[in-house]
Write a protein that binds this ligand. Structure first.
Ligand code: GLV
Ligand code: MN
Ligand code: MN
Length: 410
């Protein structure tokens, strides 16, 4: 079993072929959830899985499952996967790596004629990024019961299109949704930060993930003429928003070590150069490994938003739209990943995930672990995101060992 090898070149070629779907000029990928391009990537994944002898199905939120039978199909499967949707200026590896590493594990098992005891399943989770439809991880969150199916299907994008309507449009609306028993879930991913590269380690043995909270804030003032309106009587929504942006950054610095605080999106209306902005919408993304600290950051944000609104005579609509607590992965799965790194002889270290992943929700219903590999300069959510073929192959080899550890067979 320890001699089984994945084919790194085949995995790399598949990643590069998948990256053609939605390829951007700067070498990245724009494949937002439930667009035609997302459908094309799902179609390609499906063709590849069927060619590898898997049975492919999908559920009512569009999560896809490709199953390779085991010797005992009454056993719950060992699952692996990630996502194929991307950020608007995303990279080639975020998500697609975990999906195609799973496919490479299946292909390697086929090459070796290896029958696992438990079945193996590769999953593509719907809308992991949370960019087109907020929040993140809606497919896995619905699968584990964190989101109600009907509510998830009713979520709208910036153009008012619903997730359910778009799912139907691309033909990936299946039947039923809910977690089935699984023996274990593993997810391979690029680290998306600089730690592994700085520490010169090939494998991150992921022990858990930090918590996150997302907010939507709308400030309403009064539109008026930029020339005749004296400074003293203005109700400028963008000035209030600017104070919140500054406060968010300060909170991030204040809650060190560990905090991350970002305003990623801001929309100001009417967005005309000689009109004082009447309404501004902004989003806040808070992260921290400690849920207590995250709760304190929440209080600080609330206070800062109220102060900014009062100082500028604005109405405040403050919504926390998502709270995903910090997660600790299953000790045995974490151990299986560490053992896989040792079998492969790869330098490794334990690490906590800074990013959100579908594994965070899966950890609620199945023993779960994750494998990280370094990405160049720690840069991700960027078209220049990059990783080496050697590290990509190493992470997949560790995935194979970890999955076999849980699935058994010969
Ligand atoms: C997912 O990409 C995240 O925001 O962590
Ligand atoms: Mn990802
Ligand atoms: Mn991402």
């Amino acid at each position: 079993m320890e001699n089984l090898k994945i084919d790194g070149a085949r995995l790399w070629d598949s990643l590069m072929e998948m990256a053609q779907i939605g390829a951007t000029e700067k070498g990245g990928v724009n494949r937002l959830a439930l667009t035609d391009l997302d459908r094309d990537s799902r179609d390609l994944f499906r063709r590849w899985c069927e060619a590898a002898g898997c049975t492919v199905s999908f559920d009512a939120i569009g999560n896809m499952f490709a199953r390779r039978p085991g010797r005992n199909n009454n056993l719950p499967p060992v699952m692996t996967g990630s996502h194929l949707d991307s950020q608007p200026t995303g990279g080639k590896f975020d998500g697609a790596y975990g999906v195609l590493a799973g496919l490479e594990v299946v292909r390697a098992l086929n090459d070796a004629d290896f029958e696992t005891e438990a079945p193996v399943e590769i999953v593509v989770w719907t809308n992991e990024e949370g960019s087109r439809f907020a929040p993140s991880m809606i497919g896995s969150g619905t699968y584990v019961g964190e989101f109600e199916l009907d509510a998830a299907l009713a979520i709208t994008d910036g153009d008012g299109l619903t997730l359910g309507g778009e799912l139907e449009r691309i033909g990936y609306n299946g039947e039923g949704c809910g977690n089935r028993p699984s023996t274990a879930y593993f997810e391979a991913h690029i680290e998306q930060g600089p730690i592994l590269e700085d520490e010169e380690k090939t494998i991150g043995v992921v022990s858990g993930a930090q918590g996150q909270r997302w907010y939507e804030i709308t400030l309403t003032g009064r539109e008026s003429h930029a020339g005749p309106t004296p400074m003293a009587v203005r109700r400028d929504a963008l000035v209030g928003a600017a104070a919140i942006v500054t406060a968010v950054n300060q909170i991030g610095h204040e809650f060190q070590p560990g905090a991350c605080a970002t305003v990623g999106m801001i929309e100001s209306s009417p967005n005309s150069r000689n009109v004082i902005p009447g309404q501004t919408f902004l989003t806040v993304d808070f992260r921290h490994p400690s849920d207590d600290q995250l709760a304190r950051m929440n209080e600080a944000l609330h206070a800062a938003a109220e102060t900014a609104a009062a100082a500028n005579k604005l109405e405040l609509d403050f919504k926390q739209i998502w709270n995903c607590p910090a997660t600790v992965f299953d000790a045995e799965c974490v151990h299986a990943v560490r053992k896989g790194a040792e079998i492969g002889g790869y330098p490794h270290m334990d690490i906590v995930s800074g990013a959100g992943h579908d594994a965070v929700y899966m950890a609620r219903v199945a023993p779960t672990g994750m494998i990280f590999v370094p990405c160049e300069d720690g840069i991700s959510h960027n078209e220049i995101e990059n990783a080496t073929p050697e590290d990509i192959a190493a992470g997949c080899q560790v995935l194979l060992h970890a999955m076999l550890d849980r699935a058994g067979g010969k």
